[in-house]
Ligand binder design. Structure first.
Ligand SMILES: CCCCCCCCCCCCCCCCCCCCCC(=O)SCCNC(=O)CCNC(=O)[C@H](O)C(C)(C)COP(=O)(O)OP(=O)(O)OC[C@H]1O[C@@H](n2cnc3c(N)ncnc32)[C@H](O)[C@@H]1OP(=O)(O)O
Ligand SMILES: Cc1cc2nc3c(=O)[nH]c(=O)nc-3n(C[C@H](O)[C@H](O)[C@H](O)COP(=O)(O)OP(=O)(O)OC[C@H]3O[C@@H](n4cnc5c(N)ncnc54)[C@H](O)[C@@H]3O)c2cc1C
Length: 662
C-alpha cells in the first residue's frame, strides 16, 4: 500500500498561494477552536470501539443496528470524556460521518422542544431524564396525509376536564404519524403535535409530551401502534417510524405549556403568538443552512481532489494526459460550487447568530423578531439546500464513472442530505413563506413605514442607471447593488402581479396561487442577495489576513458573477445591466477560474475534513485513489468467495443445461 501522497496532489499543495490553515481558522472561528475540533475528531476517528464494516455493504437493518450501537456508545463517551456542550458537534460529526443517527431527533428536536416549549415545572420534570438519555424521544408531527400543512394535522388531543387528561386519537389512516426519525424502533417518548380540542372547540396544533413505549420491556403502551416505515432513498441508519393512538390518555400537565395553557377546568390561555409552537422547526431550519454549506464543502472536496488525481484524454498531442481539473469545463462544474460552499458556510454562521439573538429575545417575551426570523430562516433553508442538492449531484457527475460507486462517498452523501430540501418545510412552501413576508414588508414600505433587518432595502428601489454607463463587474459593491436591485424589482413585480390578479377578480388565495411562480422567484432573489451581501461583508473584516483575503475575494466574486450569469435575464430584463455587463461577467468568470485553479486543492483542504469524516476513496487526502478503489471493491460481500453460492444454485445448472442442448 502506497504510504506517500499522490505526486499530483503534492504538487497542488506546494503551489498554492496561501496556507490553508489560515482559512480553516477563519471558517471555524479561530485557531483555538480548530485545535479543539481536531483533537476531538482524532479522538473519535482513532477509537477502535467505533470501527465497523462499510455501511455500503450492509442491509438497512444492519445499518440501523450498527448506528444505534455506535451512537449509544458516543453518548456514554461524551459523558466520560466530559466534552463541552459547545464542542460536542465536532466529536459527533467524526463518529457519524455523513450519516444520520437514530438519536438525531432526540438531540436535534425533542430536547430543543423541551427547552423552548416546556414550562419551568415541565422542564424540572423531564429535562434531566431527557438530557441524560434516561428516556429517548422524537418529534412526531408529520402525518401520512399532511406534512406541509400543519393546521391540517388530524391527530387529536381532546381535553377531558373530569379526569384532567387529554385523550389522544388517530381518527383516520391519513392521521398516522409518518416519518419521525428514531420513532420506528428507538424512542420511548415523543413530542406529539396534535390538534387541541376543548369542549368541542378546536384550538389548532399544540405540542404534547407522550410516552409511547414501556420503560420496562420497550413494548408499545396500550393504545399505541408504532413501527418502522421501511427502506428509503437514504437514511438507512435511521428508523423513521409510524405511530397511531387509540384513546391514549395523558395527564393535563403533558401539554407543553410555556406559551399556551389549558387550566384544569378547560379554560384555554392563549399564547402571545400561535406560531411560537413552531419554534423548534425554525431552529432546525437555521441548522440546515449551516449543514448545507458543510455538505457542499464535502462534495466539492471529494470532486476537486479527485479531479487533480484523475488524468484523462489528450489536450495536446503527444503530451501527458492532463489532470481533469485543467479542463476549463471541469472548473466550470466545480468552482462555482466551491464558491457556493464558502458562501453558505458563512451564511450559516450569520443565520445562527441571528437565530441566537432573536430566540433570546423571544424567550424573554419580546416576539417582535419572530416574523423576520421565520422569513429569513425559511428562505435561506430552501436556497441553501437546493444549491447543495444540485451541487452534490454535479460533483458526483464530475467524477465520471467512479462517482457512481459508493466508494466515492457521493451517492451516500446525496441520499442522506437531499431530504434537506423536503424535511423541515418543503422548499417551495418555505420560499412562499418568505414571499409572504416580503409582500407584507413591501406594502408597509409603500405606506411610508421604515423597514429594518433583511428587508430594509425594499424601502427604496434603485433607479435603472442611464444607458452607456460602464461598470466594473468585479467590484463587490457593484455586484451587491445588482443583486439588491434585482431582488427589489422582483419583489415589486410579484406584488404588482398579485394586485393585477386581484383586480382581474380573483380572491386573495387564487391571486396568490396565480402569482406563486413569481413569488418564489422574488423570495429566491431576496435570499440570494442576502448570501452575496453577507459574503462581501465578511471580507471587510479588518482582522482578515491579507494572504487569504485575496483568494476569498475571488471566491466571492465568482459566486456573485456565476449567479448573475446563470440568472442573467433577471438582471437584463429592465435594463439594469447591459449585454456588455453580462459579457464582461462571463469573461471575469473565466479569468477568476484560471486564478483559482492553483489554489483549488488548498481551498478544499481548508474545510479540514479528515478522511474518516469524508469517507470517500476518491476524496482521500493522500490522493492514493486507485489502490484503495481496488481494496474497497475486494471487501465487497460478493467477493468473499471466488465462486458465489448462486453459481451452484442457478448458474451452474443453467450453463450445464445449455451446454447439454448444443
Ligand atoms: C450527548 C452527546 C450527543 C452529541 C451532541 C451533538 C450536538 C449536535 C446535535 C445536532 C443534531 C442535529 C440533528 C438534527 C436532525 C434533524 C433532522 C431533521 C429531520 C426532519 C424533521 C422534520 O421534518 S419535522 C417536521 C417539519 N415540518 C414542517 O416544517 C412543516 C412545514 N409547515 C409549516 O411550518 C407551516 O404549516 C407553514 C407552511 C409555515 C404554514 O403555517 P400556517 O398555516 O400555520 O401559517 P400561515 O401560512 O397561514 O401563516 C400565518 C402567519 O404565520 C407566520 N408563520 C408561519 N410559520 C411561522 C413560524 N415558524 N414562525 C413565525 N411565524 C410563522 C406566517 O408568516 C404568517 O404571518 P402573517 O400572517 O404575518 O403573514
Ligand atoms: C428523511 C426525512 C426525515 C423526516 N423526519 C421527520 C421527523 O423527524 N418528524 C416529522 O414530523 N417529520 C419528518 N419528516 C417529514 C417532513 O417534514 C415532510 O415530509 C415535509 O415537511 C414535507 O411535507 P409533505 O411530505 O407533506 O410534502 P407535501 O406538502 O405533500 O409536498 C408535495 C408537493 O406539494 C407542494 N405543495 C404543498 N403545499 C403547497 C403549497 N401550499 N403551495 C405550493 N406547493 C405546495 C410541495 O411544494 C411539493 O412539491 C421527514 C421527512 C424525510 C424525508
Amino acid at each position: 500500500m502506497a504510504a506517500t501522497v499522490n505526486p499530483d496532489l503534492k504538487k497542488e499543495r506546494e503551489n498554492s498561494s496561501f496556507d490553508p490553515n489560515k482559512i480553516t481558522s477563519f471558517l471555524y472561528g479561530g485557531p483555538e477552536i480548530v485545535k479543539k475540533k481536531r483533537e476531538l475528531e482524532s479522538l473519535a476517528l482513532n477509537d477502535p470501539d467505533y470501527q465497523h464494516e462499510d455501511l455500503n455493504f450492509m442491509s438497512q437493518e444492519q445499518q440501523y443496528e450498527t448506528f444505534l450501537k455506535k451512537t449509544l456508545l458516543m453518548v456514554t463517551k461524551v459523558r466520560e470524556l466530559k466534552i463541552d456542550v459547545a464542542d460536542r458537534h465536532f466529536y459527533r460529526s467524526a463518529v457519524i460521518g455523513t450519516n444520520p443517527d437514530p438519536l438525531g431527533l432526540h438531540v436535534g428536536m425533542f430536547l430543543p422542544t423541551l427547552y423552548g416549549q416546556a414550562s419551568q415545572e415541565q422542564k424540572d420534570k423531564w429535562l434531566k431524564m431527557a438530557e441524560n438519555f434516561a428516556i429517548i424521544g422524537t418529534y412526531a408531527q408529520t402525518e401520512m396525509g399532511h406534512g406541509t400543512f400543519l393546521r391540517g394535522l388530524e391527530t387529536t388531543a381532546t381535553y377531558d376536564p373530569t379526569t384532567q387528561e387529554f385523550v389522544i386519537n388517530t381518527p383516520t389512516i391519513t392521521a398516522y404519524k409518518w416519518w419521525p426519525g428514531g420513532l420506528g424502533k428507538t424512542s420511548n417518548y415523543c413530542v406529539l403535535m396534535a390538534q387541541l380540542y376543548i369542549h368541542g372547540k378546536s384550538y389548532g396544533p399544540h405540542p404534547f409530551m407522550v410516552q409511547i413505549r414501556s420503560l420496562q420491556d420497550h413494548k408499545p403502551l396500550p393504545g399505541v401502534t408504532v413501527g418502522d416505515i421501511g427502506p428509503k432513498f437514504g437514511y438507512g441508519s435511521v428508523d423513521n417510524g409510524f405511530l397511531a393512538f387509540n384513546n391514549v390518555r395523558i395527564p393535563r400537565e403533558n401539554m407543553l405549556m410555556k406559551y399556551s395553557k389549558v387550566e384544569p377546568d378547560g379554560t384555554y390561555v392563549k399564547p402571545p403568538s400561535t406560531k411560537l409552537a413552531y419554534g423548534t422547526m425554525v431552529q432546525v431550519r437555521a441548522n440546515i443552512v449551516v449543514n448545507s454549506g458543510r455538505v457542499l464543502a464535502k462534495a466539492v472536496t471529494i470532486a476537486t481532489r479527485y479531479s487533480c488525481v484523475r488524468r484523462q484524454s489528450e489536450m495536446k498531442p503527444g503530451h501527458p494526459e492532463p489532470q481533469v481539473l485543467d479542463y476549463v469545463t471541469q472548473q466550470y462544474k466545480l468552482f462555482p460550487y466551491l464558491a457556493a460552499a464558502y458562501a453558505f458556510w458563512l451564511t450559516g454562521q450569520t443565520m445562527m447568530s441571528v437565530y441566537t439573538t432573536s430566540s433570546n429575545q423571544i424567550s424573554k417575551g419580546d416576539i417582535s423578531a419572530l416574523p423576520e426570523l421565520h422569513a429569513l430562516s425559511a428562505g435561506l433553508k430552501a436556497l441553501s439546500s437546493w444549491v447543495a442538492n444540485v451541487g452534490m449531484e454535479e460533483c458526483r457527475m464530475a467524477c465520471g464513472g467512479h462517482g457512481y460507486s459508493h466508494a466515492s462517498g457521493l451517492p451516500r452523501l446525496y441520499a442522506n442530505m437531499t431530504p434537506g430540501a423536503t424535511y423541515e418545510g418543503e422548499n417551495t412552501v418555505m420560499m412562499l413563506q418568505t414571499a409572504r413576508y416580503l409582500m407584507k414588508s413591501y406594502n408597509q414600505s409603500l405606506q411610508g413605514e421604515k423597514l429594518a433587518g433583511s428587508v430594509a432595502y425594499l424601502s427604496g428601489v434603485q433607479p435603472v442607471p442611464a444607458a452607456g454607463r460602464t461598470r466594473n463587474m468585479l467590484d463587490l459593491g457593484v455586484l451587491c447593488d445588482a443583486y439588491r436591485h434585482r431582488a427589489a424589482r422582483l419583489v415589486h413585480e410579484a406584488a404588482v402581479q398579485l394586485r393585477n390578479e386581484r383586480q382581474a377578480g380573483k380572491d386573495q388565495p387564487d391571486a396568490w396561487n396565480a402569482a406563486s411562480v413569481d413569488l418564489v422567484k422574488a423570495a429566491m432573489a431576496h435570499s440570494q442577495y442576502f448570501v452575496v451581501k453577507n459574503f462581501a461583508e465578511r471580507l471587510t473584516d479588518s482582522t482578515l489576513d491579507s494572504s487569504i483575503s485575496d483568494v476569498l475575494t475571488r471566491l466571492c466574486q465568482l459566486h456573485a458573477l456565476h449567479g448573475l450569469v446563470t440568472n442573467s435575464g433577471d438582471f437584463l430584463e429592465d435594463g439594469y445591466l447591459t449585454g456588455t455587463d453580462v459579457r464582461q461577467a462571463r469573461r471575469h468568470i473565466n479569468a477568476l477560474m484560471a486564478k483559482l485553479r492553483p489554489d483549488a486543492v488548498a481551498l478544499v483542504d481548508a474545510f479540514d475534513f479528515p478522511d474518516g469524516i469524508l469517507n470517500s476513496v476518491l476524496g482521500r487526502y493522500d490522493g492514493n485513489v486507485y489502490e484503495h478503489l481496488l481494496e474497497w471493491a475486494k471487501a465487497s460481500p460478493l467477493n468473499k468467495t471466488d465462486v458465489h453460492q448462486s453459481y451452484h444454485k442457478y448458474l451452474k445448472p443453467f450453463l450445464e443445461d445449455n451446454r447439454a442442448k448444443l
